[in-house]
Design a protein around this ligand. Sequence first.
Ligand code: ADP
Length: 246
Amino acid sequence: MATLLEVSGVSVTFDGFRAINNLSIQMGEPELRAVIGPNGAGKTTFMDIVTGKTKPDEGRVIWGDDNISLLGRNESQIARAGIGRKFQKPTVFEAQTVRENLQMAVKNPRGPFDVLFWRKSSGTEARILELAEEVGLLDHLDRPSGELSHGQKQWLEIGMLLAQDPRLLLVDEPAAGMTPQEREHTTDLLKRAAQTRAVMVVEHDMEFVRRLECKVTVLHEGSVLAEGSLDHVTSNPQVIEVYLGR
Ligand code: ADP
C-alpha cells in the first residue's frame, strides 16, 4: 500500500487555543480508515486542513506520487487534485432526479456542480448507471431526489463524489440519522469504495466503526492518541479514560 497523504507535525491555533497539536497521520492507497475521538478532539479541523479550508501554523501536508505540498493551495485546487469531502448533511439538488444529479457530477469532474447548466449536459449514461448501481440507487434513477430517504440522499451524494473519481474521500459521520438497514448498506458501500481509493470516515458510532473492519485513528486534544484495530485502540487505557472520563 503506497502512501497517498502524509500529514506531519501539523498544528493550528485559534485565538491562542491549540486545536491541532503536532498531529501526524498517514493514509495509504487504497485504504479504509476510521477517525474517532470525543467532541472537540480536532476531527473537523483536521479535515479542514486536508481540504485547504484551514491553514496550519506549522507542519507539512504531502500528497500523491510526486509528494507535492498541499499547503498554500486553495480548496478548489485541492479538490481537483483528487480529494473529495462529504459533509454530514446531504446536499443534493432536490428538484432534480437521481439521474440528473449523477449526470451533473459526471459532467463536472472535480468541478463545482452548477445546477444552471445541468440541462446542457448529455451525460454518460453508462457511467451514471455504474454509479447508481455502486451506491444502490439503480431503482430510483427517475425519482426526484427530494423524495429519497435521508440514507438514500447520503448515498446519492457519495455517488456524486465518486463521479469525480477522488483518490481520497473524506466522509463525515455517514451513519448519523440512518436506520440499521441503511447503516449496513452504507458500510458495504464505503468498504467497496475503499477497494480502489483512500476513504477516511469520521464517525462517532462505535458499532458502525466496528463494521467497517478497518484501522482506526483516535484523536484527542488535536493529536493522535492511539492507532490500530478497533479492539486495539479501545483496550488502550488512555482511550478508555478519554471516552469514559476519569
Ligand atoms: P471535533 O470535530 O473533533 O469535534 P473540532 O475540530 O471541531 O473538533 O474542534 C477542535 C477544537 O477547536 C474545539 O475545542 C473547538 O472549539 C475549537 N475550534 C474549532 N474551530 C474553531 C474556530 N474557528 N475558532 C475557535 N476555536 C475553534
